[in-house]
Write a protein that binds this ligand. Structure first.
Ligand code: PNS
Length: 161
């Protein structure tokens, strides 16, 4: 069985991420969305909240599930018998860093990284940019799954109190 991971912070998951997950689900028998635990960085959403939102949005895909990991991604992959890492490439600006990580991960355990070219309608999206626009009242309709958008707007309103 071919197993792949889509790793990231997903704070929160965007429609761009979702597009990559859907495409990865056609390439592997099982896809695990793995949320990186970063002890030095407190996000907008807790790890549990991010995972809950991810589980909600991938529920239509029977071969996608959600997990988290701490430490090196390659260690998670080795322990869980994962053969490939699938990442979305939005633009050339992503390329240097993504290539560097792919090469380092290959050096560590010979795991392959597959790049999916992000759908152009989402190529400018990032969780942090959406959060910034939403914080200042900009229109973020269509950039996040509906329930995620609601939760983000609620969280921003709470943080302003
Ligand atoms: O969504 P992000 O924050 O761009 O995701 C980056 C992530 C989590 C995929 C990357 O930082 C990662 O793989 N971190 C785990 C630690 C690790 O394995 N570092 C070595 C990478 S070569």
């Amino acid at each position: 069985m071919r197993k792949a991971v889509c790793p990231g912070s997903f704070d929160p998951v965007t429609n761009g991420h979702l597009d990559v997950f859907a495409r990865a689900s056609k390439l592997a028998d099982e896809v695990v969305i793995v949320v990186a635990v970063n002890k030095n960085k407190s996000g907008t959403f807790t790890l549990e909240e991010r995972m809950e939102m991810l589980r909600e949005v991938v529920s239509p895909y029977p071969n996608i599930r959600v997990d988290s990991f701490m430490g090196l991604l390659v260690d998670y992959c080795k322990t869980n018998d994962v053969q490939a890492i699938v990442k979305g490439l939005r633009a050339v600006t992503d390329f240097d860093y993504e290539l560097q990580m792919a090469q380092m991960n290959y050096r560590l355990t010979e795991i392959e990284t597959l790049f999916v070219s992000t759908n152009p309608i989402y190529s400018y999206l990032s969780s942090s940019l959406i959060k910034e626009v939403a914080t200042y009242g900009g229109d973020i309709n269509g950039l996040l799954p509906g329930t995620v958008q609601e939760r983000l707007l609620t969280r921003i309103a709470e943080n302003k109190k």
